[in-house]
Design a protein around this ligand. Sequence first.
Ligand SMILES: Cc1cc2nc3c(=O)[nH]c(=O)nc-3n(C[C@H](O)[C@H](O)[C@H](O)COP(=O)(O)OP(=O)(O)OC[C@H]3O[C@@H](n4cnc5c(N)ncnc54)[C@H](O)[C@@H]3O)c2cc1C
Length: 386
Amino acid sequence: MNYTLTDDHRQIQDLIRRVAKDKVAPRASEIDRTAEYPCDMYALLKELGLFTLPFPAEYGGTGSMLSACIAVEELGRVCYNTAYLLVVQWIPFGAILAGGTKDQGDRYLPGLASGELRAAFSTTEPQSGSDVQGIKTKATPVAGGYRLDGAKIWCTNSHVADFILVAAKTADPRGKSEISLFVVEKGAPGFQVGRKEDKMGARGIPSCPLFFDNVFVPEKNRLGPEGKQGFKVVMEAFNQSRPVIAARGVGLAQGALDHTIEFIQNRAAFGQKVSDFQGVRWMVADMAMQTEAARQLVYRAASLVDAGVSGRELAPIAAMAKCFATDVAMRVATDAVQLFGAAGISAEFPINRYFRDAKVLQIIEGTNQIQRNIIAGSMLGKPQRQ
Ligand SMILES: Cc1cc2nc3c(=O)[nH]c(=O)nc-3n(C[C@H](O)[C@H](O)[C@H](O)COP(=O)(O)OP(=O)(O)OC[C@H]3O[C@@H](n4cnc5c(N)ncnc54)[C@H](O)[C@@H]3O)c2cc1C
């Protein structure tokens, strides 16, 4: 498998790196401090046409997951929140592209691609996050569609979303409940977005609870066929998009390393630069080595997606990329704070933002324990219950 960057990849890397340095980096600390949704960054990504990057040329994209990872890495290197803006748009896009009907594709994908429409995705509920099968939100069949009842939490981007892909349980003819996804549009009667969480990291893109009280959803808004079959297609789309989640870890680790190098070269102790202490140099070498290893795993996973690999062959590699890259992000950010000394704790320096955002990465989009379960399951099968 060859994943040497092509001229096209390099062009995207150069462009995003420049934009990240000139336009995104100067805003990063303020977005984190104020926890205000960065409308200016959204407008910038829209102007650059990045909302369609991993998707087929008919939507204006490159059709390349590797390009998407490179873009997320470069933005995440300076600002977690701006990189997140791309990912929250891509997740519903990928789900509709994979599992939606032609009508749903026509209704939603051009708007998501141009940035005219914004979306969010919601499975998590107060009693069930990792255990998706434990959700309680119900979709009861009625004439012409369904009635949704229940509550969700931690739905990121929901406060600005024109529509949200909501997981809810339907009953099959045997009375067994199965999960389907429904497009719930902003302003649907009985649907409410609650107050945003006060978060430690990922502060610029709010996450909110959702409330559904007898919300009517027309049948044409169910994503694909009802139940297992439809949900499986969407889960595979998530599998395919996992490398971009991992790419955020690579960008974050690289950014933390960039700041560290600059800091220790300008800080003195015991009459010499901090960067001249051998113990410090070895820490920097380890940080660089881990970041590069994570990058290679992420690029490989993305290249497999681009080569059409999917399902059971892709799942463990995609899980390894997410788990490894985000664990590396946490380790590198922790060492970065250590090398800043007290300045690492001060809000005046950017490095504690990397530390807080890294912790989020180990939890979202499938915690790193769940990724390890996927990897172990690919080798050992499902564990037997005692
Ligand atoms: C910033 C942020 C944004 C988010 N955005 C969204 C969003 O847009 N949409 C959405 O639907 N959700 C979102 N979430 C929710 C996120 O997906 C869940 O938090 C995550 O899936 C974990 O679920 P939980 O918090 O309920 O933890 P739990 O599932 O309760 O897990 C608690 C702990 O137990 C561990 N654990 C659970 N099961 C196992 C197991 N089988 N083996 C080993 N360990 C296990 C977990 O890894 C974790 O450490 C967001 C969360 C955050 C923090």
